[in-house]
Design a protein around this ligand. Structure first.
Ligand code: PEP
Length: 249
């Protein structure tokens, strides 16, 4: 039985004052039946953890380096995130794949290091608009999935987020059939690679313009175990109805 997960990606948004939104969210969902994860900028991981003392809401990073330490100015290791209070890390987000030219191979190395440090990896993948129109989306997703996910993965240390690039921050969402096709495919590929035990225990999130208005429809799709939410996770008043839709799913 997979526990549902609502994860928020704050991207490069949030200052100390924004932590009031986290406290409000935690207060609104004190004993929710779903897992909650917020990934603020790294500067807010430790203060967020402190502000949430006693709350089951988890805090995560948005990236980490593939190496455990060394001469990598400006980068953060998985153990640093863990040390600051993170229990998870988003890896391979399409914005990093685009602006930092991260490849699936690099994402896998990062996920390996993150898992070894005790962090759950939220590995993101998804096709661009051009890829959906010009090629077979499932070929793109299959390649990204097999290259980005490390062999050491389990249902505890891996979450996969399907995030079509064209749906992120655009207000566009795939049809339920399109989301269902990709999630069913990812589940089958994970079961084939890891066996039914692990393959069925890895949670699959949908991400891309999830909001209160479309959350219930998305959460009703088979093999959608929750959502990775960008813009609508910044305010408790926007994220709460999404959490409630997941609780009701
Ligand atoms: C994201 O960036 O992971 C995301 C899903 O963004 P949004 O919800 O704003 O589309």
């Amino acid at each position: 039985m997979r526990r549902k997960l609502a994860a928020g990606n704050w991207k490069m948004n949030g200052l100390n004052a924004t932590l009031a939104e986290l406290s409000a969210l935690a207060a609104e969902h004190p004993d929710t039946g779903v897992d909650l994860l917020i990934c603020p900028p790294a500067t807010l991981i430790a203060p967020a953890r402190a502000a949430l003392a006693g709350s089951p809401l988890q805090i995560g990073g948005q990236d980490c380096h593939a190496e455990t330490s060394g001469a990598y100015t400006g980068d953060l290791s998985a153990m640093m995130l863990r040390d600051a209070g993170a229990s998870a890390v988003i890896l391979g987000h399409s914005e990093r794949r685009a602006s930092h030219r991260e490849t699936s191979e690099e994402v896998r190395l990062k996920a390996n290091t993150a898992q070894a440090a005790g962090l759950m990896s939220v590995v993101c993948l998804g096709e661009s608009r051009f890829q959906r129109e010009a090629t077979n989306t499932l070929d793109i997703i299959g390649a990204q999935l097999s290259l980005s996910v490390p062999d050491s993965s389990t249902g505890e240390n891996l979450v996969v987020a399907y995030e079509p690039v064209w749906a992120i921050g655009s207000g566009l969402t795939p049809t339920p059939e399109q989301i269902g096709e990709v999630h069913t495919f990812m589940r089958a590929r994970l079961e084939h690679r890891f066996g039914p035990g692990i393959g069925r225990s890895v949670r699959l999130l949908y991400g891309g313009s999830v909001k209160a208005e479309n959350a219930a429809e998305i959460f009703a799709i088979p093999d959608v175990d929750g959502a990775l939410v960008g813009g609508a996770s910044l305010k408790a008043s926007d994220f709460s109805p999404i959490i409630e839709a997941l609780e009701a799913a």
